[in-house]
Design a protein around this ligand. Structure first.
Ligand SMILES: *Cc1c(COP(=O)(O)O)cnc(C)c1O
Length: 380
């Protein structure tokens, strides 16, 4: 058999993320049958620890959809938007647009409310749109990965509820890296994934489903099979998945969630993410011509977006900088491509992203930022 020549790159992109050695080794735990008693030993603790990380109790059922974050998001759309209803998708970037596209491509009546790149949701603008559209369901992004902007989940949900609509939230790139307090959030369903701030390989879309969402889903028709919340819930309550799970990932997830909750500590994990956000802010503050892209108060704890000085191009970021860092063992994120294209077309300066989610440590980040700075210096 041939030997692979795969590069052991340290991932500083915004997902998939760096995986710790002990989490990799947990893949070696025994395989199991998903309708056997051994299954319970993995998914019982997994669902319990997911609730602890989310800050909820029996008011939300965690479901695991085979796929990734967008599978859970698509499940929310297919199960919670009825044929004659309208969904308002609120977008502050490319992943907000994705929720809209998921709804539209499933034949739902969907309206996309778009905010400018780098902005958070403006509640006044949203309120006007709610009055105009009168949607039954509203989706929005907790942490917009293309722009590094965080929205205030509780405030947005409260406004949506004032207009009688059901809020559903994409929390794919922040869950496990920041406090959520799901029970008090006002969200009816919250979707996330394994391969971002949870520091695991991709493979499950995770959905937190409220009783209210379950009740609604019972009345919605044409949900398909894999996107039917009610089918997922029947299995989830037995700590099972609807279809055959990736048992390797299940073992890793069992290990990782136990480690986060009982070894690292949830509060420490969240504090570590906030610390890394401050580190990038401080680093950018010391760099001539660079600026933070996301507005203060709405900056993500899991990824930072940085505006480059005049004259730096997307092509340079993707070419020179990224390739130089690859040579040093790092996978750099030269910005969300579509966003940089749009920014450059509008005569705006391009941005790059620093992913600091999951199990990246402040020490790893310090090392990376020094290398990155060295390469950025060479552009001038
Ligand atoms: C990565 C991401 C998604 C897509 O998730 P997949 O797991 O790739 O399906 C959706 N929303 C946000 C905010 C993301 O960061």
């Amino acid at each position: 058999m041939s030997k692979p020549n795969f590069a052991p790159l340290k991932l500083f992109i915004t997902g998939p993320t760096y995986i710790r050695q002990d989490v990799k080794e947990a893949a070696l735990l025994p395989e199991f049958g998903h309708r056997d008693t051994e299954n319970e030993l993995r998914f019982g603790p997994i669902r319990e620890n997911l609730r602890k990380l989310a800050g909820c109790g029996a008011d939300f059922e965690p479901i695991l959809c085979l796929g990734s974050g967008s599978t859970a998001m698509e499940t929310s759309v297919r199960s919670l938007v009825a044929e004659d209803e309208t969904i308002l998708n609120v977008s502050v970037g490319s992943f907000g647009d994705m929720y809209f596209n998921l709804a539209a491509s499933n034949g739902k009546k969907a309206v996309n409310l778009k905010f400018d790149y780098g902005e958070a949701i403006d509640l006044n603008v949203l309120e006007d749109k709610l009055k105009e559209v009168r949607p039954q369901v509203v989706s929005f992004t907790h942490n917009e990965t293309s722009t590094g902007v965080v929205n205030d989940v509780k405030a947005v949900c409260a406004l949506v509820r004032q207009y009688g609509a059901m809020p559903i939230v994409d929390g794919v790139s922040i869950f496990g890296g920041s406090e959520l307090a799901l029970s008090e959030s006002g969200a009816a369903m919250y979707s996330t994934a394994t391969q971002k701030a949870l520091g695991l390989p991709a493979g499950f879309g995770i959905g937190f489903v409220s009783g209210e969402a379950e009740e609604k889903a019972r009345k919605v028709t044409n949900k398909g099979h894999h996107h039917d919340i009610t089918k997922h819930l029947d299995r989830a309550r037995k700590n099972q998945t609807l279809t055959t799970p990736n048992t390797t990932l299940a073992n890793q997830m069992w290990f990782q969630l136990d480690r986060i909750v009982n070894e690292e500590g949830i509060e420490n994990r969240f504090a570590r993410h906030r610390e890394m956000r401050s580190m990038v802010e401080k680093w950018v503050g010391g760099l001539d011509g660079f600026e933070m892209f996301a507005p203060e108060g709405h900056r993500s704890p899991t990824l930072s977006t940085v505006i480059c000085p005049e004259g730096v191009t997307t092509a340079q970021l993707k070419g020179i900088v990224k390739e130089a860092l690859r040579g040093e063992g790092y996978l750099m994120d030269p910005g969300y491509f579509k966003l940089n294209q749009l920014l450059e077309e509008a005569g705006r300066r391009p941005i790059f992203r620093v992913g600091h989610m999951g199990d990246i440590t402040p020490a790893m980040l310090t090392e990376y930022l020094a290398k990155l700075e060295g390469e950025l210096d060479k552009l001038r």
